[in-house]
Design a protein around this ligand. Structure first.
Ligand code: NAD
Ligand code: WQD
Length: 339
C-alpha cells in the first residue's frame, strides 16, 4: 500500500515514515524542504533500510499538486504534515501562514477528490483548545477562539476537511497533538529547529550543549503545584505510531464517522521544572536556567483526555518523560558530532 506523507522530511513526518515502513507500507514523501533537509531521506534509510520515494515541490502550487496526484493515483491514503508551525512567526506574517497552511490543504483535497483517494490523516494541534475551562481536554471540549494565526489555520483546516467530507468521498482523521518531544532512539532523525528555538525541549538541549548560555523558564507564579506551566509532552515515536494506526483504521474501513477527532498525548501534565528535572536525571547533565517573567500568550496548563484514542484507536503513549528527554539529548549530541 502506497501512502503519501506530506512534510515527510520534517520532524514528526520523518518519524512517521519510519513507522510506516516498519509495517511494510510504501511511502512517497512530498516536501519543499522549507523547514527540513534532504539528508533526512538517507537517515530514514539508515533506520529502515529503505529510502522513501521523494518529490520536492511546494504544495501551494495547484498545477504541480494536481500533476502529482494524477501521476500517483495509486496512493491509498494521505498523511498531511506539511505546514508552517511557529506561533510567533504566524503573528508577524499571518498571510504567509494562511497561504501555506490553507492552500496546501485545499490543493491536496482537490487532488484526492479528482483521483478518488478517500483517506486523509491531518496534523491538528492542542492549540485549538486554548486554555480549556475543564481539564483534561476532551475531543468535545469546545474549541476556543485561536490565540494566533497559526492556531487559526489548524481550526480552519479542520473545518475545511469536515465541510469537504459532507459531499465529497473524503474521510478525515484529525489528530490533535499535544507537545511532541524527543527523537528516534537511533539518533539518526530528530527535530531540527532553525535559528533560536521557541519550544522548551530544543532550548533545553541547546543550552546543555553550550549553544545557549541558559534556559529562561517563563514564569514560576502560575497556579500549579510548582508554579511553572503545565503541558502534556509525548514522545515523537509514540505520536508517529498513532498515524500508522489511523491509516489502518481508515483503509480498513473502520471509521465510525466521516471525520473523527483524536487527542494524542500521554494524559499527564508535566511542569517546566519537571521536564528540567527529568532531563538532568536521565542525562546526568546539569542545566543552567533562570526564572523569568511569564511569556506573553502562554496558557497556564493543558493536558489531554486520551480515553477516546486509547479505546477507539487502541493506541497509548508508552514512553516515559525520561525517555523523551534522554532521546532528545542523544539527538543533540549526534547533531554536534556532525559539525
Ligand atoms: P516540521 O516543520 O519539522 O515539518 C513540516 C514539513 O513540511 C517540513 O519538512 C517543511 O519543509 C514542509 N513544508 C511546509 N510547507 C510546505 C509546502 N507548502 N509544501 C511542501 N512542503 C512543505 O514540523 P513538524 O513539527 O514535523 O510538524 C508537522 C505538523 O504537525 C505540522 O502541520 C504542525 O503544525 C503539526 N503540529 C506540530 C506540533 C509540534 O509541536 N511539532 C504540535 C502540533 C501540531
Ligand atoms: C512549553 C512550556 C513555556 C521555552 C507550542 C505551540 C502549540 C503546539 C505545541 C503546534 C511553556 C515553557 C518554553 C523556553 C520555557 N504546537 N518554556 N522556556 O507553548 O505549549 O506550545 O507547541 O501546534 O501551538 O504554541 O510549547 O515548547 O513553546 O512551551 O519556560 O525557552 O515551556 O512557557 O510553559 P507550547 P513550548
Amino acid at each position: 500500500m502506497k501512502i503519501l506523507v506530506t512534510g515527510g522530511t520534517g520532524y514528526i513526518g520523518s518519524h512517521t515514515v519510519v513507522e510506516l515502513q516498519a509495517k511494510g507500507y510504501e511511502v512517497i514523501i512530498v516536501d519543499n524542504l522549507s523547514n527540513s533537509s534532504i539528508e533526512v531521506l538517507d537517515n530514514i534509510a539508515r533506520i529502515s533500510g529503505k529510502k522513501p520515494l521523494f518529490e520536492k515541490f511546494d504544495l501551494t502550487d495547484p498545477e504541480k499538486t494536481a500533476a502529482f496526484f494524477k501521476l500517483h493515483n495509486d496512493i491509498q491514503a494521505v498523511i498531511h504534515f506539511a505546514a508552517f508551525k511557529a506561533v510567533g512567526e504566524s503573528v508577524e506574517f499571518p498571510l504567509m501562514y494562511y497561504r501555506n497552511n490553507l492552500i496546501s490543504l485545499i490543493n491536496i483535497l482537490q487532488g484526492m477528490v479528482d483521483n478518488n483517494i478517500r483517506d486523509l490523516v491531518f496534523s491538528s494541534s492542542c492549540t485549538v483548545y486554548g486554555q480549556p475551562e475543564q481539564l483534561p481536554a476532551r475531543e468535545d471540549t469546545p474549541v476556543q477562539k485561536a490565540a494566533s494565526p497559526y492556531g487559526n489555520t489548524k481550526q480552519v483546516c479542520e473545518e475545511i476537511i469536515t465541510d469537504t467530507s459532507i459531499t465529497a468521498n473524503i474521510r478525515g482523521i484529525l489528530l490533535r497533538y499535544f507537545n511532541p518531544i524527543g527523537a528516534h532512539e537511533s539518533a539518526f532523525i530528530g527535530e531540527l529547529p532553525l535559528g533560536v528555538p521557541n519550544c522548551l525541549m530544543p532550548y533545553i538541549t541547546q543550552t546543555a550543549i553550550g549553544k545557549r548560555p541558559f534556559l529562561r523558564v517563563w514564569g514560576d507564579d502560575y497556579d500549579t503545584p510548582d508554579g511553572t506551566a503545565i503541558r502534556d509532552y509525548l514522545h515523537v515515536v509514540d505520536l508517529a505510531k498513532a498515524h500508522v494506526i489511523a491509516v489502518e483504521r481508515m483503509t480498513g474501513g473502520n471509521c465510525k464517522e466521516k471525520v473523527e477527532v483524536f487527542n494524542l498525548g500521554t494524559g499527564k501534565g508535566m511542569s517546566v521544572l519537571e521536564v528540567i528535572n527529568s532531563f538532568e536525571r536521565s542525562t546526568g547533565v546539569k542545566l543552567n536556567y533562570e526564572i523569568m517573567e511569564r511569556r506573553a500568550g502562554d496558557i497556564v496548563k493543558v493536558w489531554a483526555d486520551t480515553d477516546y484514542a486509547n479505546k477507539e484507536l487502541g493506541w497509548k503513549a508508552e514512553k516515559t518523560l525520561d525517555e523523551m528527554t534522554s532521546s532528545a539529548w542523544k539527538w543533540e549530541l549526534a547533531l554536534a558530532k556532525k559539525k
